[in-house]
Design a protein around this ligand. Structure first.
Ligand code: AR6
Length: 172
């Protein structure tokens, strides 16, 4: 039984098996949720990230969580929004799917996602949430994971997630 949850909070506060980082392809840190995760995890995180050789858009790599309450960080790279005609939806779906695959490979039970690409990278929040929740519903049916948590950062983003979940018949 896998639950899909929506919790409006700072993702760095969550004690889960993995939080997902909306990183860039260098994996060496940045602004937004990436900056927040690196600040909270401490400098050992960027040290480990520097050994990973970066990450292409739509893929993901896992590290330890260091000073975070989360045991791991799954770093993924979402697409930059260029209007939707440059393969952005497929790349965003791939980012989510790869995170789930990595989580299963490591036998993780709980995973928390920020709104990948929907900040600095400019992806429209409702479209991004639709992809996130559609993939999550499919992954929940596969079993294995206990908790899939979506973490909108603002009350506005939370409303978007709840509206999209309702439109998909998901009861978070
Ligand atoms: N907890 C949860 N969500 C957060 C937090 C937080 N602490 N901080 C921000 N958000 P963004 P992107 C939300 O810009 O669009 C970085 O520089 C934020 O409000 O962090 O994928 C990377 O290095 C937004 O809704 O990620 C890349 O260069 C969502 O997280 C680039 O930004 C994602 O916004 C990636 O851009």
């Amino acid at each position: 039984m896998t639950t899909i949850e929506i919790i409006q909070t700072d993702i760095t506060t969550l004690a889960v098996d993995a939080i997902v980082n909306a990183a860039n392809s260098t994996l060496l840190g940045g602004g937004g949720v990436d900056g927040a995760i690196h600040r909270a995890a401490g400098p050992d995180l960027v040290q480990e990230c520097a050994t990973l050789g970066g990450c292409p858009t739509g893929e993901a790599k896992i590290t330890k969580g260091y000073l975070l309450p989360a045991r791991h960080v799954i770093h993924t790279v979402g697409p930059v929004w260029h209007g939707g005609g440059k393969g952005e939806p497929k790349l965003l779906e791939s980012a989510y799917r790869t995170c789930f695959r990595v989580a299963r490979q490591h036998n993780l039970a709980s995973i928390a996602f920020p709104a990948i690409s929907a900040g600095i990278y400019g992806y429209p929040m409702a479209d991004a949430a639709m992809i996130a929740l559609t993939v999550a519903r499919e992954e929940a049916e596969k079993g294995g994971l206990q908790r899939i948590i979506f973490v909108p950062f603002s009350s506005q983003a939370e409303k978007v997630y709840r509206d999209v979940a309702a439109s998909l018949g998901i009861q978070p």
